[in-house]
Design a protein around this ligand. Structure first.
Ligand code: ZN
Length: 394
């Protein structure tokens, strides 16, 4: 006679190592313990243990390697009561070669009975589930990542060539707050590349035009308009409410000023620049990787300084670079992938080549070699003789 389901479960549970919730709580965050919730998505989204990864039992074999690539890792699985996690632990051990895997006794139910902490994630509305469904299907984003995007506050410097595509795609992705700093009006000559603006909005303030386009794509996004120029008097106040700064400015004094202010406030900057057929991109994460001044202690050669006058640019190039910027912003928000920290990406459109340069922190950097508190207002944004520098460019 075949054994009953209950007998099979009992037999499997006798072969699996079980661990008490108290031991899990005490060991959490130590010794590389990886906690994996194997319940269904609705259960995980209702409530889970902080720091737990989510791999539903139905997707165990196909997704566990994404969540826990190291088969020697100490893995603890849990479910609602300890039954599904025991079956999943058995699969990982006997079929997939995970050596050090345990099932948590009593599941999240016992965990909660003991009064241990849980996370009750904010839930997405029905409309948001539809709107972001292609994000929700990615384990790297999921509803947790989408919630991070909705909670994120990103400041875009400029609603121009780079700012336009970045803003449109960040808005579409559901970044909840987009601040835009721009004091310019829409001009006919902008429309060859600044795709957030339209012909019928020529003469309108760029921040207003950008807001109209963003709201049309995604009403979830709050647009904060800063119709001003970034300068030493307002930089600290402007960047203060934001998590990430997207730098698309086309002049060096502002770039140095922004760098110094973001090092002081330890805010990451996703920075891109474009000229002609060439683009550059990097992520400056203060005290993690190099800052802008580590790369450029002095400005690049004058003939390469776009702000010295109007320069030609291929219309699609800011689109390419702006979307790479948007991608880096999203990675930083959801905490996935390898951001371009300490790496400078060069794109050359005519040759269709990408080149990556490693860049290092400069131990003698005038700004980030020091404590943020030691950087005074007077020093911020000091830029070596800019007038003379542009004059030399002819
Ligand atoms: Zn530096």
């Amino acid at each position: 006679m075949s054994p009953s389901g209950a007998e099979v479960i009992k037999e499997i549970r006798s072969q699996v190592d079980e661990v008490d919730p108290q031991a899990v709580r005490d060991e959490r965050g130590r010794n590389g313990l990886v906690l994996v919730d194997v319940r269904e998505s609705e259960e995980f989204e209702r409530e889970h243990i902080p720091g737990a990864k989510h791999v539903p039992r139905g997707y165990l074999e196909s997704r566990i390697e994404g969540a826990v690539p190291d088969r020697d890792a100490h893995v603890v699985l849990y479910c609602a009561t300890g039954q599904r996690s025991a079956l999943a632990a058995n699969t990982l051990k006997s079929l997939m070669g995970y050596e050090h895997v345990e099932s948590m006794t009593g599941g999240i139910t016992l965990w909660k009975d003991r009064g241990y902490d849980t996370v009750v994630p904010k839930s997405l509305t029905k409309e948001q589930r539809d709107r972001y469904s292609r994000h929700l299907l990615l384990p790297e984003v999921g509803s947790e990542g989408q919630q991070k995007l909705l909670d994120a506050k990103v400041l875009l410097l400029g609603a121009g060539g780079l700012g336009s595509p970045t803003a449109l795609y960040l808005a579409a992705a559901g970044v909840g707050t987009l601040g835009i700093v721009d004091d310019d009006d829409v001009d006919l000559s902008n429309l060859q590349r600044q795709v957030i603006h339209t012909t019928d909005r020529i003469g309108e303030a760029k921040v207003d035009s950008a807001e109209t386009s963003i709201k049309a794509i995604n009403p979830d996004v709050e647009v904060v308009k800063h119709r001003t120029r970034l300068d030493a008097s307002n930089v600290m106040e402007l960047i203060e409410p934001y998590d990430i700064i997207v730098d698309g400015v086309d002049n060096f004094p502002t770039r140095y000023l922004l760098n110094d202010a973001t090092v002081r406030t330890r805010k990451p900057v996703v920075s891109a620049s474009i000229l002609g057929f060439d683009g550059q991109l990097s992520v400056f994460a203060p005290y993690v990787g190099p800052c802008y001044r580590c790369l450029y202690p002095v400005p690049p050669p004058a003939e390469l300084a776009p702000s010295c006058g109007a320069n030609g640019v291929l219309g699609v190039l800011p689109g390419t670079m702006g979307l790479l910027q948007a991608t880096e912003v999203i990675k930083l928000i959801i905490g996935q992938g390898d951001p371009l920290i300490g790496r400078l990406l060069l794109y050359e459109a005519l040759g269709a080549t990408f080149t990556e340069l490693k860049v290092h922190r400069d131990p003698d950097c005038p700004i980030c070699s020091r404590d943020p508190g030691d950087i005074s207002d007077e020093e911020m944004g000091r830029f070596p003789d800019y007038e003379a520098f542009c004059a030399a460019a002819g």
